[in-house]
Structure formats: C-alpha cells, structure tokens
Design a protein around this ligand. Structure first.
Ligand code: PMP
Length: 450
C-alpha cells in the first residue's frame, strides 16, 4: 500500500467521488479506509471505528464473513467468468435462483433475473413492467408512479422515478411519463399530518387520485421501497404498503418493490415485502445479497407475471435487457454463501432486537440534544436522525454543524453517514448490544461537541 501522505495528497486531486461535489472533496478530503474486521473499519492513520453505516447498507454480516470470502476465492479458481446470455449458463446462478425463490415472499416470486447492482435492477424491473403490458396487448400502459423521497438508483429510468430533486435536476429532461405522490413521511408532509395511520390513508388517497387522473390504462407500474432508505429512513405505517398493493391490483398496475436495501434481514424480516405481508409483482435487490463483497443484483418475478412472458408465442416476451456481469459466477457464489450464512445466523432476529435498542437509544438522545428534530426507525437496523436548527420551525440544520457532529462522532470511534440534514444509521446486522451502546455513546459525544 502507498504511504498515507501519498494517498491523502492524490485522492481528491485524481478522482471524482460518487454523490460528491469535486470542489468539496478537495476542501474536505475523504477519510481513507484501509482495513476492516468484524463490524469495525480502520482508517489510514490506524483509527478504528464501529461502522454504523454497514458499508453502504450492504455489509450485513460484517467484514469478517469467511464463508463468503472463501466462496469468492474458490470460484475465482474454478470459473472466474462466463456469461449467462442466451445459450449458456453456470451452475451457481441455478443454485442461487433456487435459494432466492423461497426467500422474499411467502409464495410466488420464483423467477430470478440477474443484474450487476441495484440501479441496473430498477432499470430492468421498470422495463419488464412495460413489456409485460405490451405482451398482454395493453401497449398504452407505459407510465410509472413512485413516491417523493424515494430513491431508485441513478440510471435514467431510475432517476426519473426518483423522488429527490438532488438526483434529478442536473440531468433533466428525464423520462416522460413518471409521476410522484407524497411519501408517508410524518415529520414533513403536505397534509400536516403527524399520525402515521391517518397519513398512510391520505397518501393512499393521493395515489388513487393520481391513478385516476393519469388514467389507469396508461400506467405500467408503481415502484416503492418498503421502508424508504436514502430519502432519510422513512418507515410507512403498516397499512401503507398493503394499501398500495390493493390499489395496484384494483387498477391493473404492477407493484415493484425496490428492496435494494430492505432485503436479507435489514428490516428484521427476510424482506421488506414480507415485513408488511405484501407480495409484489417484481422485486429488486442487490447490496447485501453478497454482503457487499461483490457487485451483484437480482430482479425476482412473480409467477403470474412470469407466465405471461413464458406463454408468449409472438416474440414480444424476448428479454432485451442484460449486462455483461448479469449472473457473474463469482457474484453468484458469493451470494449462495451469503444467503446460507444469513439464514444460519438468523440475522434478521438480531436486526430486530438491536434495531429496537438503537431506536430507543436515539430517542433518549433526542431528549438530551435540541438539534435532533426527529428520530426514525423501529423496523430493524435502519434508523435516521433528522437535525434542525430550531424544533418549532423545523428549519434544517446547516451543513457545517452537521459536519461537526460527523467529525466528533468519528473521533469518538463511530462512522456515521450524513445525508442532507439526516444522520443515517445502518450498521451490520451482526452488531452486538455493546456495539450499539458504542454507537449511541459516540453520537452523544458528537452532539455534545456542538
Ligand atoms: N434502489 C435503492 C432503494 C437503493 O437504496 C439503491 C442504492 N442505495 C439503489 C436502488 C441503487 O443501487 P446501486 O447503487 O447498487 O446501483
């Protein structure tokens, strides 16, 4: 490894970081992480921290998951690559598809289409939704609905259904035919409604109103995250996703669950859809499918949708989507090992218990620190703190102050993620009670530094 000075000097000068302003990376050079062990990461200066970000919501089993590492190494030696485009396949993708079929929903999502990540998966799912209606002779069903505050990756279709202006404005015009409805975000919403159950009903009414306004015969799909993640961890009321499912069924619209974050135990259930007892028509996942050790993604297809493609005799069912790295044998080997470990360790149960500990600890922090305007969580290890400069007006805190909390928490031994005026916490699902206590006390120190 190059020495610390070389790395610090050349990083911001030589590379552009995703989701960062190049000027900001020059002014505030990023932290250089060089090692990891268990749930901890170590920076280039030897500073050791609990990773309360879990990589990027993906290192669910921590950094020392030997079975996944071994599976990757063994696969590299046996078959490092072969494509699964028409005419060839590999043994791993078949075994993995069999495992995935039972994982996400009580029944009925039994076909897997592989991608190289989450944005690719969203793109594929939206394309499949349009294609599904075309095969069935409803070529006019092309529009997409999604939630404001939702995040669906950065490809053009994904950005078009994205509900955050930061990921849209500089890239407009995006795809026409994409419309957004209010998120069930109790802290800020156009209805001024803070009761989750009542807000869910208002948001569902707004969706139905939009469906009627657009005309259901023009709408292909509704895409949503079961718990909104990058938008600031927004867990809807339990009636919301079942309500969206009911509306989609009523109006012949496909429901796409974007479970890039919520699958594989993050919410305390095997998937976010299971968490709410909903069966989507298409389900996208990625990230923790390989514990973050290899880029990989999947779109699971419900049987009723799959049968339309498989029963097509006109040629319209041919899938014109696919990536060089769709079904990469090394990624699939990593995913098989990862799923086995996820199941063996029953990590969703720990995510539920430690998630409750984290959520109640954050609520206690809110009582001590005025800058915390809202605490969100309660569904596994996905939590957020929304920071404000004034609780009454809910004015978002400035960048400099939240940056100070970030730095002080880092110094106190915990890596957190800052997104806008939110602090997002998504530690590995294998964190212990003591790890969560460390996260809470470092955050306490972070806020005390203000
Ligand atoms: N959908 C959701 C819900 C996500 O959280 C993300 C990534 N954070 C994506 C899609 C895009 O996934 P990727 O970064 O792997 O392309």
């Amino acid at each position: 490894m190059k020495d610390s000075n070389f790395l610090k000097e050349n990083n911001a000068r030589r590379l552009w970081h995703p989701m960062s302003h190049p000027a900001e990376s020059l002014a505030n050079p990023p932290d250089i992480i060089v090692e990891a062990e268990g749930v901890e990461i170590i920076d280039v200066d030897g500073h050791r921290m609990v990773d309360a970000v879990g990589g990027l919501w993906n290192v669910n089993l921590g950094y020392s998951c030997q079975p996944v590492k071994d599976a990757i190494a063994a696969q590299l030696n046996r078959l490092p690559y072969y494509s699964i485009f028409r005419g060839t396949t590999n043994d791993n993708v078949i075994e993995l598809a069999e495992m995935l079929a039972g994982f996400f929903a009580p029944d009925g999502l039994s076909r897997a289409f592989y991608t190289s990540g989450g944005s690719d998966g969203v793109e594929v799912a939206l394309r499949l939704a349009r294609q599904y209606h075309k095969i069935r002779g409803e070529a006019g069903k092309v529009k997409f609905l999604s939630l404001k505050k939702g995040y669906h990756g950065t490809h053009t279709l994904g950005a078009s259904v994205n509900g955050n202006a930061n990921f849209r404005t500089q890239y407009e015009p995006l795809m026409p035919g994409c419309f957004h409805t209010p998120a069930p975000y109790t802290y800020r919403n156009p209805f001024n409604e803070s009761d989750p159950a009542r807000l869910a009903q208002l948001c569902l009414a707004a969706i139905e109103d939009e469906i009627r306004f657009q005309d259901p015969s023009t709408i292909a799909a509704f895409i949503m995250e079961p718990v909104l993640g990058a938008g600031g961890v927004i867990p809807p009321h339990e009636s919301f996703m079942p309500g969206v499912r009911a509306l989609c069924s009523k109006y012949g619209i496909l429901l796409i669950a974007d479970e890039v974050i919520t699958a594989f135990g993050r919410t305390g259930s095997w998937s976010g859809s299971r968490h709410w007892g909903v069966q989507p028509d298409l389900l996208v996942s990625a990230k923790a499918i390989t514990n973050g050790y290899f880029p990989f993604g999947v779109v699971m297809v419900a049987d009723a949708v799959a049968e339309v493609f498989e029963g097509d005799a006109t040629g319209k069912g041919a899938i014109g989507s696919g990536y060089t790295y769709s079904g990469h044998p090394v990624g699939a080997a990593a995913a098989i090992a990862c799923l086995k470990e996820t199941e063996r360790q029953q990590v969703h149960l720990n995510a539920g218990a430690r998630g409750d500990q984290l959520f109640s600890g954050l609520q206690a922090l809110m009582a001590r620190h005025q800058v915390i305007g809202d605490v969100r969580g309660g569904h596994g290890l996905m939590c957020a703190l929304e920071l404000v400069s004034d609780r009454a007006s809910k004015a978002p805190i400035d960048k400099k102050t939240i940056g100070k909390v970030h730095r002080a928490t880092y110094e106190a031994g915990v890596m957190i993620r800052v997104s806008g005026n939110n602090i997002i916490l998504s530690p590995p699902l294998v964190v212990t009670k003591a790890d969560v206590a460390r996260i809470l006390s470092a955050l306490d120190a972070g806020f005390a530094s203000l």
